[in-house]
Write a protein that binds this ligand. Structure first.
Ligand code: HEM
Length: 513
C-alpha cells in the first residue's frame, strides 16, 4: 500500500486517534505518583482535572477544611496534572514561607502580557518582584498611612450618613453592600485620587465597572480553574485567553489612572494619597551602573508600575476589607457582650481624643483582639500559595519539592483546626490576649500571609478597619433580626476571597447619640 493508501485507511486513523488519546492520557496523569512515591497521602486524582473536578461548584472554605480533616496537616493535591502540596503544619509553613523563602519567592503566576497588569506585584516573579516590592514598600510606612487616614475618615463620615439613613428607615442593613460601598470610596480616594460619591450614586461608572470586575460569574464555571490547571496553555494562547481576564471594565480603570497621572504631571499640588506616595517611592528607587547610582526605571516604566500597583490596590484591598467589616458587624450583632466590651474600650480611649484619628486607634487592645478573631474565623483570602523556584528538601529529604511545584496553605482550614484553636467554631476574642497569643505559633494565623511576600497592604487595611469600627461602634448598636443567618454563609465557587451572603443585621442608635 502506498502512503496515500495508508493515510486514507480507517485503521490508520483509529490507531492515530488511539495513540493521541493515550499520549494525552499519559501527559495528564504521568505526575500522579509524585506524592504517593514519597508516602504523602491525598485525594485520588483523575485525568485532566487532577483533584479539581467540580471544585467550581464547591464551597471552598468547607471543601478545604474537609480535606485537612481527612488527610491531615500535609497532603498532596493535583491542580490538573500539577502537584500542589497542601500544608497546615506550622513548622513547615515557617520553613517554606519564611526561613527558606529564597526557594519559594514566586506565587502562582500566569505571565500576563497586557501592559500595566504585567506589573502587578502579586503576579510578578523573581528579581523583578523583589525590585518592585522594595520600591513600593516605603509607600506603606506609618507616616504615609497617617496621611492617608484623612481620606479614610472622610469616607467613614459618608458611611455614617448612609448608615444613619438605614437606621432611621429600615432599622437594619445589608452589611456587605454597605461596607463594599465604603471600601470602594476609600480606594477611589487613596488609590485613584478621586472623590466620587460612591455611597450615594449607583450610576457612577467607577462603581458600575468595579461591580463587574468583582462579581465575575466565571468563578462558578470550569473556566475559573483553567489557569490553575494549565497555566502554560493560558500563557501560550494569551491572545485568546487574556481578553477573558483583561476585560473592558478593567481597562476603564487603566484609562482612569492614565488620565490622573497626566493631570498630575502638570500640577504642583500635594495630594497625600497612595499614587503620590508610590510615585515618590518608585521614582526614588535606584541601581548602580558602572559605579554610578542611577534611577532604576525610566518615566514610562515608573508610570506603568504605578498604574499596576494602584489597580492592584483596588483588587486586593476592596473586597478583602469589605468582607472583614461585614464579618465584624455580624459577629458583634451575634455577641452582644463582645460588642459592649468593645464599645467601652473605644469610649474609654476617646477620653483622651476629640475625634477618632490615626493616633487614637493605635493602642486599643480589645479592638485589635476582636479584629484578629474575626480574621481568624473568616480569613478573607481562603488560600495562599508559593511556587518552588529551586529544588527543595524538607526534614532531611523526607519531603522533596521540585522546581515549579506549588505549595498551598489553606488559610480558612488552618484557622479552624482544633490543634491550634481549641473549640474553633467558637468566636472568642480572648484567644488574642497577650497570654493566649504567646502560647500559639504565629504561623497558625495567616490572614495576611507571612514572610517577605506577605500582604503589603496589611497596615493600611488595619488602619481602615480600626477607624471604621471605632467610629461606627460609638454611634450604633448591631443586633440580630429575623433575616440574620444563624451562621454566616459564604458563596460557593472557586473564589479567592470569601463572599458573605445575606449578612443582614439590625441596627439602632446608641442612647448616648
Ligand atoms: C483585610 C484586608 C486584607 C487581607 C485579609 C489581605 C490578605 C492578603 C493575603 C493573604 C495576601 C497573600 C500573602 C502571602 O502570599 O503571604 C495578600 C497579598 C497582597 N495584598 Fe492584601 N489583604 C488585605 C488588604 C489589602 C490592601 C488594603 C491592599 C492594598 C493596599 C493589599 C495589597 C496586597 C498586595 C499588593 C498583595 C501581594 C503582595 C506581593 O505579592 O508582594 N491587601 N493580601
Amino acid at each position: 500500500m502506498d502512503a496515500s493508501g495508508i493515510l486514507s485507511s480507517p485503521a490508520t486513523w483509529v490507531v492515530a486517534l488511539a495513540s493521541s488519546l493515550y499520549i494525552f492520557y499519559r501527559y495528564t496523569t504521568s505526575t500522579f505518583t509524585y506524592f504517593s512515591d514519597q508516602g504523602i497521602p491525598g485525594p485520588t486524582p483523575i485525568p485532566i482535572f487532577g483533584n479539581m473536578w467540580n471544585i467550581w461548584k464547591e464551597n471552598l472554605p468547607a471543601y478545604d477544611l474537609a480535606l485537612v480533616k481527612k488527610y491531615g496537616k500535609v497532603f498532596g493535591y493535583f491542580d490538573g496534572r500539577n502537584p500542589n502540596l497542601f500544608i497546615t503544619d506550622v513548622e513547615m509553613i515557617k520553613a517554606m514561607y519564611v526561613k527558606d523563602f529564597d526557594h519559594f519567592v514566586d506565587r502562582r503566576s500566569f505571565e500576563l502580557k497586557t501592559k500595566v497588569m504585567r506589573k502587578w506585584l502579586a503576579l510578578m516573579n523573581g528579581q523583578e518582584w523583589k525590585d518592585v516590592r522594595s520600591s513600593v514598600t516605603p509607600a506603606f510606612t506609618s507616616g504615609k498611612i497617617k496621611r492617608m487616614s484623612i481620606f479614610i475618615k472622610e469616607s467613614v463620615a459618608n458611611l455614617c450618613d448612609r448608615v444613619t439613613t438605614f437606621t432611621e428607615k429600615d432599622g437594619k442593613i445589608d452589611a456587605k453592600m454597605t461596607f463594599s460601598a465604603f471600601t470602594m470610596d476609600v480606594i477611589a480616594r487613596c488609590a485613584f485620587g478621586l472623590k466620587i460619591d460612591t455611597l450615594g450614586n449607583e450610576d457612577d461608572p467607577f462603581v458600575n465597572n468595579a461591580k463587574f470586575v468583582f462579581h465575575s460569574a466565571a468563578n462558578k464555571t470550569p473556566a475559573a480553574i483553567l489557569p490553575f490547571m494549565y497555566p502554560n496553555f493560558v500563557s501560550t494562547f494569551a491572545y485568546f485567553t487574556e481578553p477573558l481576564i483583561v476585560t473592558k471594565e478593567m481597562k476603564f480603570f487603566f484609562k482612569l489612572l492614565e488620565d490622573v497621572l497626566k493631570d498630575r504631571m502638570q500640577s504642583n499640588e500635594k495630594f497625600n494619597d497612595f499614587i503620590e506616595a508610590a510615585d515618590e517611592a518608585i521614582s526614588a528607587f535606584t541601581k548602580v551602573v558602572d559605579g554610578k547610582t542611577v534611577p532604576m526605571w525610566n518615566r514610562e516604566t515608573i508610570d506603568e508600575i504605578l498604574m499596576g500597583q494602584s489597580t492592584l490596590f483596588m483588587l486586593a484591598g476592596f473586597d478583602t476589607t469589605a468582607t472583614t467589616l461585614t464579618s465584624i458587624c455580624y459577629q458583634l450583632a451575634k455577641n452582644p457582650d463582645v460588642q459592649e466590651k468593645l464599645y467601652e474600650s473605644i469610649v474609654g480611649k476617646m477620653e483622651d481624643y476629640e475625634d477618632v484619628c490615626h493616633e487614637m486607634v493605635q493602642n486599643i487592645p480589645y479592638l485589635e483582639m476582636v479584629i484578629q478573631e474575626v480574621l481568624r474565623y473568616y480569613p478573607p483570602a481562603v488560600r495562599i500559595d508559593r511556587k518552588c523556584t529551586k529544588d527543595y528538601s524538607y526534614d532531611n529529604g523526607r519531603i522533596k519539592i521540585k522546581k515549579d511545584q506549588m505549595v498551598t496553605v489553606p488559610i480558612y482550614a488552618l484557622h479552624h483546626m482544633e490543634e491550634y484553636y481549641p473549640d474553633p467554631e467558637k468566636f472568642d476574642p480572648e484567644r488574642w490576649s497577650p497570654e493566649n497569643k504567646a502560647k500559639r505559633s504565629p504561623y497558625a494565623f495567616m490572614a495576611f500571609g507571612t514572610g517577605p511576600r506577605n500582604c503589603i497592604g496589611m497596615r493600611f487595611a488595619m488602619e481602615e478597619l480600626k477607624i471604621a469600627v471605632s467610629t461606627i461602634v460609638q454611634k450604633f448598636r448591631f443586633f440580630p433580626v429575623k433575616e440574620t443567618p444563624e451562621r454566616l454563609q459564604f458563596d460557593d465557587g472557586f473564589t479567592q476571597v470569601l463572599q458573605p451572603m445575606h449578612a443582614i443585621v439590625g441596627i439602632e442608635f446608641r442612647y448616648s447619640n
